[in-house]
Design a protein around this ligand. Structure first.
Ligand code: BF8
Length: 657
């Protein structure tokens, strides 16, 4: 059936052991029959390097590479004399620098498009959310009264450009940070100046013979991560909202069942929203719809994957076909006529899977080519030339489909698109939009706390399982969950992003959800949209009653199935902002070292949050809930919670009488 087979799988695995996603299971079985390999095969055949996993290796100079012994971490040092703690801190710093670079690169690309839109050089996009443009401008000190939108927008551009290029001073969005948190950063000298400066200094300080004090290195690691969360990522989110619209709740279909056998199926996968926005224009062009019909299709079906998909799912209600680990299996359906990718999380393995099913795989960005994939560059000044061409090629592939199509009949429906602005409106209503009701419900104990559950899937753990189990446990214990990225897709597939999922929540959270009509799990968008969580935290502090800094809030974060360096950068900016953040899978430090202690305890002593690690979802939930309860106790609201629970059961007995 499939002509081209790729490599022989040496070890087989039980499909149900590697993913709980039934659509992916079905496609992995088909892939096995078709002789096609995916990252699940490669993971079982590639034993993870144990030295790398413990971060016990240094290859930053050529007197080495030096291998430490994780079982006896202080038994030896590197050729230069570097200790295991220095080596780990340098490795960790480089991971954070790379993750931060990715998000800033993305944010800067969005800002450049914004500038060209404002200057009239790009005509395919326009400013959609003028209200947001004005409110952000005011927030960072730009005069808006009596001025034209273009003038305000150019000032905003110049101000936000400092996020990347400024060499001294504080990044513009430092103005959004709660004063006490900012004071703590200033005390440690970690307020970011500009992304280029911080990433440059981070890399410089990890060179042989540079900074060899982990306690000093962790400060630059934190400053570099903060220029991701409060810098490049935040700019990416805010500018994308201004250009393409701020999300508000929308009902969306998720999972491979969104593909349609009788239509031309096009998937967009990656991160920067402009490719998707342009593709939306192309698939709706009457001439291309006509061409598709002439080719025998009922229409053109555009769906998203990974973070590109998560953004347009939130913003426009476009269906989503699955998260990171499903990007190869979805091609196995034979139904994908074209997959267009831009940047980040694009696995090279896609090329061979696409070849096997003669799916057209297109790279579109100059920063991310794939050997063996066709490249049609997207020029921001004429984006539809690229996306029209991709649609034409997809129609041609539809017309010449050679393989039987098998689409798993799995579709979950959820409500997504909860921007921090909408949370404000949703809880407070249009006349008194505010975070006060959220804070009040936390103080009175109906909501125990808030948890951000975010991040990737990873073939080293059972796909979606840890995300779903963790979130179920949290909401059962009255913890409101906010989500981004591939994690929210796992929960959407499991049906937990629908308002009906409130029945799975504890009594208090369920009551709030039912009153407002919201799900207990709120999808906020893509990974750069984790900044919506930071802003929500700031708003909670500003609203009052829950302490003076982010570190005082009864909140916690988790990335239970992470796989990328971007996730490490995100984890570190949440920790540096004051949030207890627990990761699953594995943690890139050697157990029992001073550096591990610094991350897991020392940062909290400095006034930040701290890291945690546990691969088990139930243990992870316990750790997060215990932390939330610790913060509630420190705020003196632990008793209120006990009272509310008694009130709730009293009320139930009255209802039953
Ligand atoms: O930035 S959650 S696998 S798609 S890294 Fe990648 Fe991870 Fe998905 Fe988006 Ni985020």
């Amino acid at each position: 059936m499939v002509e081209k087979k790729i490599g022989k799988t040496e070890k087989e695995f039980e499909i149900k052991d590697v993913t709980t996603c039934e659509a992916t299971q079905q496609m992995l079985l088909k892939a096995r029959i078709d002789g096609v390999e995916t990252h699940f095969d490669r993971a079982v055949n590639m034993k993870a390097c144990p030295i790398g996993a413990d971060s016990a290796c240094c290859k930053h100079c050529f007197m080495g590479p030096c291998r430490m012994n994780a079982k006896d971490p202080y038994g030896k040092v590197g050729v230069c004399g570097a200790t295991i703690d220095t080596i780990q801190a340098r490795n960790f710093g480089r991971m954070v620098a790379t993750g931060t670079a990715c998000h800033n690169d993305h944010g800067m690309a969005m800002l450049n498009i914004f500038r060209d839109v404002v200057q009239g050089k790009i005509k395919d996009y326009r400013i959609k959310d003028v209200g947001k443009l004005e409110s952000i401008s005011k927030e960072i000190g730009i005069e808006t009264e009596g001025r034209s939108i273009e003038d305000i927008a150019m000032d905003l551009y110049h101000e936000l450009e400092k996020t990347y290029t400024q060499v001294e001073g504080e990044i513009p969005f430092a103005k959004r940070v709660p004063p006490k948190t900012l004071e703590m950063w200033r005390k440690h000298g970690i307020v970011p100046r500009g992304a280029m400066r911080e990433i440059m200094e981070m890399l410089s300080r990890t060179h042989i013979g540079m900074d060899q004090d982990p306690e000093n290195l962790i400060k630059q690691i934190s400053r570099t991560a903060l220029v991701d969360g409060w810098g490049g990522s935040m700019v990416a989110t805010e500018i994308s909202d201004i250009l393409f619209g701020t999300p508000s709740p929308v009902s969306v279909e998720v999972n491979m069942g969104v593909l349609k056998e009788d239509q031309v199926n096009i998937i967009v996968h990656g991160h920067e929203p402009n490719l998707f926005e342009s593709m939306l224009g192309s698939v709706n062009a009457p001439s291309l719809i006509e061409s598709a019909k002439e080719a025998g299709a009922k229409g053109i079906n555009l769906v998203g994957m990974c973070c590109s998909g998560a953004e347009v799912l939130s913003r426009h209600g476009i269906p989503h076909a699955g998260n990171f680990s499903s990007t190869e299996p979805v091609i196995v359906t034979g139904a994908v006529d074209a997959m267009a990718v831009d940047v980040q999380c694009i696995q090279q393995g896609l090329v061979k899977v696409a070849e096997c099913y003669e799916t057209e795989l297109f790279t579109t960005n100059p920063r991310c080519h794939l050997e063996g994939a066709a490249h049609i560059e997207l020029d921001e000044h004429n984006p539809q030339a690229c996306t029209d061409e991709i649609v034409i090629r997809a129609i041609s592939r539809f017309k010449n489909r050679k393989f039987p199509v098998e689409i798993p009949k799995k579709v979950g429906v959820g409500v997504h698109g909860f921007s921090h602005e909408y949370i404000n409106y949703m809880l407070g209503g249009s006349f008194r939009a505010s975070y006060t009701p959220l804070n009040e419900n936390i103080i009175n104990g109906r909501i125990r706390g808030v948890a951000g559950v975010v991040g990737c899937t990873n073939p080293r753990v059972k796909q979606d399982y840890v995300h779903v189990e963790l979130v179920k446990e949290l909401i059962k214990n009255d913890v409101l969950v906010v989500q981004t990225g591939c994690s929210q897709i796992a929960l959407a597939k499991a049906g937990l992003t629908s308002p009906e999922a409130a029945v799975l929540a504890g009594d208090g959270l369920r009551e709030v959800c039912e009153t407002v009509g919201m799900p207990p799990v709120l999808g906020l968008g893509s990974c750069v949209d984790n900044t919506r969580i930071l802003i929500a935290c700031s708003e909670m502090v500003k609203t009052g009653g829950l302490g003076d800094s982010i570190a005082d809030l009864p909140v916690a974060g988790a990335a239970p199935e992470y796989m990328s360096e971007k996730a490490i950068a995100i984890g570190q900016y949440f920790v540096a902002s004051g949030v207890y953040t627990v990761f699953g899978v594995t943690f890139p430090v050697t157990k029992g070292t001073k550096f591990e202690k610094l991350l897991f305890e020392g940062l909290e002593e400095m006034g930040m949050g701290k890291w945690g690690f546990n691969p088990d979802p139930h243990e992870m939930a316990k750790m997060m809930i215990a932390h939330i309860d610790k913060k509630r106790k420190a705020l003196g609201i632990d008793k209120a919670r006990d009272r509310v629970l008694m009130d709730m059961s009293d009320r139930r007995s009255i209802d039953a009488a």
